[in-house]
Design a protein around this ligand. Structure first.
Ligand SMILES: NC(=O)c1ccc[n+]([C@@H]2O[C@H](COP(=O)([O-])OP(=O)(O)OC[C@H]3O[C@@H](n4cnc5c(N)ncnc54)[C@H](OP(=O)(O)O)[C@@H]3O)[C@@H](O)[C@H]2O)c1
Length: 305
């Protein structure tokens, strides 16, 4: 893709919205994207997390100059009303700033060892890892297109390739397993990116999925117990640092232009062919319809855009 050159010293610094900025890959990506001269709006759960994240990022001397360009919007991405409140907050910031949105980097993610409903009937992993990304991508789509070189980046995982979507029971009311739910959500990420590009992309806007590899973060240790908790404590020792894990996302956010490739799934700085199930047109359309229906059926029943 030939992107428009971003003028980082021009009158308007480019802007990236980053979810999951409070830890792990999102935090490391934010540091890299700030270093590249972007302003950043971070999405975190609450004010305390925003304060802590600001402190951590501004500890780095070269980022202190960018302090004014670091803002936060708070909300719990496992709850529909809060996802919409986060989008409203971002749109208000964009209106005040008077410009488009250059990047939306969706890094928020979770794993829960038992099935947790964040709202009646809503399974938390599917909601945080996919449905919230879907909603934010659609609600911020016009702002991304207005930037001239908008990029929607969703952090997925190589596990998408062995994931299965439970089409009749995506909220896994029956037969829940943490890994099954996680892999379903990561497959949904890639299906979403493909669906977004088919329906909404243009030469000014494109979506990408990123595979960070195995990364040494607390992803699998925060809301898990028993076997999964122990498995993650063991597996993460083989993971790369959060900085290395974030490097491909930082590259996709900051490189101009990106290579011309039919593949929009990136690993180690290169476009790769994603798993077969994520390339099925029927599955792409079905996931899109399922996600759209979820939001249209929400208690507020707000339109998608
Ligand atoms: N680590 C790996 O090996 C690996 C491999 C492949 C893909 N990934 C993907 O990389 C992304 C980032 O994961 P990570 O490894 O960096 O783990 P992480 O450090 O736990 O980052 C996930 C972030 O998402 C936030 N988050 C979770 N639930 C949220 C909610 N309901 N509302 C708002 N924010 C929420 C977390 O905030 P709290 O801390 O407040 O919960 C956290 O800051 C995820 O999508 C994950 O699936 C990771």
């Amino acid at each position: 893709m030939n992107g428009t050159r971003i003028d980082r010293d021009g009158p308007r610094r480019p802007l990236a919205v980053i979810t999951g900025i409070g830890s792990g890959i999102g935090l490391a990506a934010a540091a890299g994207i700030l270093r590249a001269g972007f302003d950043v709006v971070g999405v975190v759960r609450n004010d305390n997390r925003a304060r802590e994240t600001r402190e951590v990022l501004l500890r780095e001397p070269c980022l202190r100059d960018g302090a004014a360009g670091l803002q936060f919007v708070c909300g719990d991405l496992s709850r529909r009303a809060e996802v919409d409140r986060v989008c409203d907050g971002i749109l208000a910031l964009l209106a005040a700033r008077g410009g488009g949105l250059d990047r939306l980097l969706y890094c928020a993610g979770t794993v829960t060892s038992r099935r947790v409903e964040s709202e009646p009937g809503v399974e938390t992993q599917f909601m945080v890892n996919h449905l919230a990304a879907f909603r934010m991508g659609l609600r911020l789509r016009d702002a991304l297109a207005a930037s001239g070189d908008g990029r929607l980046l969703v952090v997925s995982s190589c596990s998408h390739a062995i994931g299965l979507v439970r089409w009749r029971d995506p909220m896994m009311a029956r037969g829940y397993g943490p890994a099954k739910a996680y892999m379903q959500s990561k497959l949904a990420n890639v299906l979403f990116v493909h669906g977004f590009n088919r329906r909404l992309a243009s030469d000014r806007l494109r979506a990408f999925a990123v595979d960070p590899g195995l990364v040494d973060t607390d992803l699998g240790g925060k809301r898990t117990r028993g076997v999964f908790f122990r498995f993650w404590g063991f597996a993460r020792r083989w993971g790369v640092s959060a900085e290395k894990g974030a490097a491909t996302a930082v590259y996709l956010a900051t490189a101009v232009p990106l290579p011309d490739s039919p593949w929009v799934y990136y690993k180690r700085f290169r476009p790769r062919m994603p798993g077969r199930r994520s390339r099925s047109t029927a599955a792409i359309d079905r996931m899109w319809a399922l996600s759209e229906r979820f939001w249209e059926d929400s208690p507020e029943g707000r339109p998608m855009r």
